[in-house]
Design a protein around this ligand. Structure first.
Ligand code: SAM
Length: 282
């Protein structure tokens, strides 16, 4: 077990998880925060991203950074609400795919008997564990980490960790699918669907159309945008229906307005619903 001095530093795709924590730490400092993540600052600091760096000088880069940060805040709130609804409906199994520095096990209220599985590769889970140990963080539900690459046999690893496919599950893939090629996304969804009884829930975030091209200018080697490879399908709701899910798709703009954070600039391109998905298993 790595302690503070020998903690592996973020690299590759999992470094993006620490960037997300930085954004959540900044949001948590606002008086009108849409959520409070008391661990986010510790994750960001352990990864060298706190205090947060000043915005870039370049106007375009600054706008793109703000847009990504804003979308992270809105999606976090969207999925917090979805998890709460799933809990209220009686779901007691939660699976966070590509969990990164997600601290929902520690910061949300969970009904008794909730089991929450965090699936990610071992490096971010080890890093996270060392920060949690240092902060003496205590989970508010049963929390089980599952170190596995989602391109490998993660259903086997999840089963070995105690996931019960006969009971409903709420699945979250937040900020994950954009990093997986289309065929891997398809396989992931097929596997989730095979493990989901009626009454299961799912919350997804998908790259909006054209986002990869728009952000390419900012895509310095190693940056999050440089690793984005997939966007949402033309008809995300239909795509999910084909896998047995009743889905609803939202735009960031629509959800942001609903949460009292309206986007006041007019859309510069068509905004199709589907970047934020909530779905229930038929
Ligand atoms: C942008 S972060 C989002 C983390 C978390 N879902 C959140 O929103 O706080 C993407 C996460 O997906 C994970 N990830 C990407 N590809 C993966 C793969 N093939 N197997 C397991 N995890 C993966 C990364 O390690 C990282 O933690």
């Amino acid at each position: 077990m790595a302690d503070e001095r020998e903690r592996v530093q973020p690299s590759g795709v999992w470094a993006t998880a620490v960037g997300v924590a930085r954004v959540r730490a900044l949001e948590s400092e606002r008086e009108d925060a849409l959520f409070r993540d008391p661990l986010a600052q510790a994750f960001a600091a352990a990864g060298g991203l706190w205090p947060s760096s000043p915005p870039p000088d370049d106007e375009g880069a600054r706008r793109r950074r703000l847009a990504v940060s804003f979308s992270i805040v809105i999606r976090t709130k969207f999925l917090d609400d979805l998890l709460q609804q799933a809990s209220v409906s009686g779901v007691r199994q939660v699976v966070l795919l590509g969990a990164g520095m997600d601290s929902r096990a520690f910061r949300m209220d969970w009904p008794e008997g909730t089991r929450l599985f965090e699936v990610d590769t071992s490096a971010p889970l080890d890093f996270k564990a060392s920060v949690l140990r240092q902060g003496r963080a205590v989970a508010r539900c049963e929390r089980i980490t599952v170190p596995v690459d989602l391109r490998e046999d993660w259903p086997g690893a999840l089963a070995a960790a105690g996931h019960d496919p006969a009971a409903p599950t709420v699945w979250i893939a937040e900020g994950l699918l954009v990093y997986l090629p289309e065929d891997a996304v398809e396989l992931l969804l097929a596997r989730i669907s095979a493990l989901s009884v009626v009454g299961s829930w799912m919350g997804l975030t998908l790259g909006s159309p054209g986002v990869i091209e728009r952000f390419a200018a900012d895509a310095a080697p190693g940056s999050a945008a440089s690793m984005w490879v997939s966007e949402m399908p033309d008809d995300p709701v239909g795509w999910l229906a084909g896998h047995g899910w009743d889905a609803a798709g939202y735009t960031l703009r629509e959800r942001a307005a609903a949460y009292g954070r309206p986007i006041n600039t007019p859309p510069q391109r068509e905004e199709r619903p589907g970047g934020l998905i909530s779905a229930v298993r038929r």
